[in-house]
Design a protein around this ligand. Structure first.
Ligand code: IMP
Ligand code: MG
Length: 168
């Protein structure tokens, strides 16, 4: 495993994202919808740095693929807050192909969300990335193909606890 982002760099990136979101949503009530499980560390670091009226909710989206590729998606756990009329920021660990985020955006649109933006800790730029599915806010950019682990990122459920991010 090769370290690609250190804790310090991750923290600085999240502080920057928090400032952008706080500024863009000044005076509004925002619902942060975090995609479990990988997004929890990002949310945990981001939330106390946000200034304004921020509420939180969680979804679990399961894909029937292997460990590294999302194929068919469905909800294992849906929102508990009604997203109708809400301004939503999706909190994701990483946007790869963008399929997970597209699926969630479609669902939130159907349920009447007023606006939806996406914040990802890592933006992964690969051949499978759709340009129209890029995050509105992102902390770090990663250009390689290799899977990353640590700071919430897992492979087969492992390595989420590592304080730095590694490629494997
Ligand atoms: P997408 O639907 O292809 O954008 O994939 C998004 C999901 O796949 C993310 O929410 C992650 O859970 C997972 N994922 C994609 N790439 C990585 C990676 O490099 N490390 C860990 N998880 C990843
Ligand atoms: Mg995920």
């Amino acid at each position: 495993m090769e370290q690609i982002f250190a804790t310090e760099q991750i923290n600085q990136a999240i502080t920057r994202v928090a400032a952008q979101i706080s500024r863009d949503y000044e005076g509004k009530t925002v619902l942060l919808v975090t995609v479990l499980k990988g997004g929890v560390l990002f949310l945990g670091q981001l939330l106390p740095q946000l200034v304004g009226d921020f509420q939180i909710d969680f979804v679990t989206i399961q894909s029937y693929g292997d460990k590294t590729v999302s194929t068919e998606l469905n909800f294992v756990h849906d929102l508990t807050v009604d997203p109708k009329g809400m301004d939503i920021v999706i909190i994701e660990d990483i946007i790869d192909s963008g399929k997970t985020v597209r699926f969630l955006k479609e669902h939130l649109t159907r349920r009447g969300a007023n606006s939806i933006k996406v914040a990802a800790l890592v933006k992964k730029q690969t051949e499978s990335s759709h340009p129209e599915l890029q995050p509105d806010y992102f902390g770090l950019e990663y250009h390689d193909q290799e899977f990353i682990v640590g700071y919430g990122f897992d492979i087969g459920g492992k390595y989420r606890n590592l304080p730095n991010i590694f490629k494997i």
